[in-house]
Design a binder for this molecule. Structure first.
Ligand code: SF4
Ligand code: SF4
Length: 433
């Protein structure tokens, strides 16, 4: 174990201790998170809305989904080309960015002199470094999903779950925070809090949005349609009542057909047991031909829809068969976290700046290397493979993490007790002697 390894080990050990200490934010989150994961996993076998459970829904579609994603990864470049060509025909402004840096540059150009941006669904934008660039350039980021609005309100800096980032705040805490910041006294009830934001923020989303940022749940290569699912209506508002809607995502959001795109979106809602009350299919900017058949862009909806498709590590991972090649199949459903033993045990210290759990740690490894992953708690992973057995597209995150652990060990970054086990196995053929 080298000096860096020792420092990282001490840091993770301290994080674990903090997560067990009463009264810390980490402990509070951990308690909520264990409960949330148990509920979510149990919900997988309930049939409370549909005739099949979400587990049955996933099982029924798994074979087709795996085939579809394998086919996409095998023919990634031609699907990207097909998608860009059709999108341009449909008057999208489309960019293909080879690297994250290129995407950031394009994004800032498209932003022009705007100083404020409204956004929703940001995992991909974080991955691509857009959020960091916005912060560096002092562009005001206005969250619109209520969970993210709450995270912003609390100035909560610890990693949180991407699907419900503010779900761990209690009604009392939120009501108190609103009183502290806005001087408004609210009944500490979810309905009163939602009413407050509806009455104060909705108008702004309807009238003031000039530029909005989203990712996509999926994009169809066949007809260039962007699919976006949501519950709240915030995405519908900010993608319609805006001048310019910018979509930033990795090329792996592309799927072959519109049916695949809808299946992926539906699956993301079923697998997380959340309702997507709105599913938007965006096939170009707002348009009318109602005056003498002349096609004019920008009637009531967005005048421009800009799409920045980012490659960065993706084509390289496929061509060079990198250890995270399997991750290219990921549809970003984020549900592998619920059965994860490490996530349940360690909450938001088994995490990175991209969110909680294995997929967030793999993203950190891709962008920032093995030390970042060890710092995120890589060695807290038990190798149980629950993530693999649950994943709807059969991605073996456990195997990717195992390869990362191998790399970390070769670089002297493994925790000391693992070194001791190794020595005992070699010497005594028994790690427990
Ligand atoms: S790796 Fe996780 S987030 Fe990705 S598709 Fe599988 S279960 Fe979903
Ligand atoms: S193998 Fe690791 S990442 Fe996967 S479920 Fe188990 S503890 Fe979590």
């Amino acid at each position: 174990m080298n000096e860096n390894g020792k420092k990282l080990y001490e840091k993770v050990k301290r994080n674990v201790e903090v997560s067990q200490e009463e009264g810390t934010l980490e402990k509070q989150f951990g308690n909520f998170w264990k409960f949330a994961c148990t509920i979510k996993t149990r919900q997988h076998d309930l049939k409370y809305l549909y005739e099949d459970s979400s587990r049955e829904f996933v099982d029924q579609n798994r074979e087709n989904l795996v085939k579809m994603r394998v086919d996409f990864v095998d023919h990634m470049e031609s699907y990207v080309e097909q998608c860009i060509e059709i999108m341009r025909k449909k008057n999208f402004i489309v960019y293909y960015a080879k690297t994250n840096e290129e995407a950031q540059k394009i994004f800032m150009q498209e932003l022009g002199d705007a100083k404020i941006i409204y956004k929703s669904k940001s995992t991909e934008a974080k991955d691509i470094g857009i959020i960091d660039v916005l912060k560096k350039n002092e562009i005001k980021i206005k969250e619109t999903d209520l969970g993210d609005v709450l995270v912003q309100l609390f100035e909560y800096k610890l990693p949180s779950f991407q699907v419900g980032p503010g779900a761990h705040f209690t009604e009392e805490e939120i009501a108190n925070k609103i009183k502290e910041i806005y001087g408004i006294e609210l009944e500490p009830k979810a309905q009163a809090i939602v009413d407050y934001f509806r009455n104060t923020y909705r108008n702004e989303l309807l009238n003031d949005v000039k530029i909005s940022l989203t990712s996509a749940n999926a994009i169809s290569a066949e007809d260039g349609t962007i699919v976006l699912g949501e519950n709240e209506g915030n995405i519908s508002l900010i993608t319609r009542a805006t001048e310019k809607h910018i979509v930033v995502c990795g090329i792996t959001k592309i799927v072959p057909t519109i049916f695949d795109a809808i299946l992926v979106t539906k699956l993301q809602s079923r697998i997380n047991n959340v309702s997507f009350n709105y599913i938007s299919l965006i096939s170009g900017p707002s348009n009318t031909s109602d005056i003498q058949g002349t096609s004019v862009q920008g009637m009531y909806g967005a005048k421009e829809v800009v799409v920045i498709l980012v490659d960065d590590w993706r084509t390289k991972a496929a061509r060079e068969n990198l250890i995270y090649q399997d991750f290219l199949k990921c549809i970003g459903c984020k549900s592998c976290i619920y059965p994860c033993t490490a996530s349940r045990a360690f909450g938001n210290i088994y995490a990175s700046k991209y969110g909680l759990g294995a997929t967030a740690i793999i993203r950190d490894y891709i962008h920032n290397g093995i030390e970042a992953a060890v710092n995120d708690g890589l060695f807290l992973c038990t190798g149980c493979e629950n993530c693999y057995h649950w994943c709807p597209v059969s991605i073996n995150c456990s195997e990717i993490l195992k390869d990362m652990k191998k790399e970390a060990t070769e670089k002297g970054l493994a925790p000391p007790h693992l070194e001791q086990y190794k020595e005992k196995i070699f010497k005594d053929k028994n790690p427990f002697l």
